[in-house]
Design a protein around this ligand. Structure first.
Ligand code: HEC
Length: 152
């Protein structure tokens, strides 16, 4: 009896150590689903210096038509011809929930650097025009809670 009372607590003492070690060695092998986690924090937090104005949207529309619409669709529904040819599944920007949790900085970064099947805009557009595109992408949502800044 007295042996058990000693051995049992000893087991409990060591038990938590093993799973902890396992977890430590297995984390790099099981990365989370490929989200946009690689976007640097400073990029995520960069505020948009270009106000969304009719001028900004007009500048962006030119690039959208040239570089984006073939995949994202003219209206941003994600069903552009190239996307269909490449069998890409693209989020619907006309749904305001799609980009709700993205900061402007994140969207800027994705446009600039591309992501998986999306090619980078890179130096094709000036920095200001890249922000115009952020404004444009946001403007595609049919209802725009973020733009109104109304408390919900
Ligand atoms: C070759 C097709 C293609 C082109 C061209 C393209 N995209 Fe994309 N885009 C995609 C795909 C596919 C994704 C989803 C990427 C992923 O899942 O990693 C995406 C994702 C995005 C996202 C992020 C959406 C989210 O879920 O947060 C934004 C914003 C975006 N694109 C904007 C643009 C803009 C602006 C342009 C033009 C400058 C453009 N894209 C050009 C295919 C394209």
């Amino acid at each position: 009896m007295s042996r058990f009372t000693l051995v049992l607590p000893a087991l409990f003492l060591f038990a938590p150590v093993l799973p902890a070690q396992q977890a430590a060695t297995s984390t790099p092998a099981t990365p989370k689903a490929p989200t946009y986690a690689a976007i640097p924090v400073e990029a995520v937090r960069t505020p948009n210096p270009v106000k969304s104005s009719p001028e900004s949207l007009a500048r962006a529309k030119r690039w959208w038509t040239l570089d984006c619409a073939m995949c994202h669709g003219k209206d941003g529904n994600g069903k552009g011809e190239t996307a269909q040819d490449m069998k890409l599944t693209i989020a619907d920007f006309t749904d305001d929930a799609t980009l709700k949790d993205r900061t402007d900085g994140e969207i800027f970064y994705i446009i600039k650097n591309g992501h998986q099947d999306m090619p980078p805009e890179g130096p094709r557009v000036k920095t200001e025009e890249n922000w115009d595109l952020v404004n444009y992408v946001r403007s595609l949502a049919k209802t725009k809670p973020a733009a109104d800044q109304k408390p919900q």
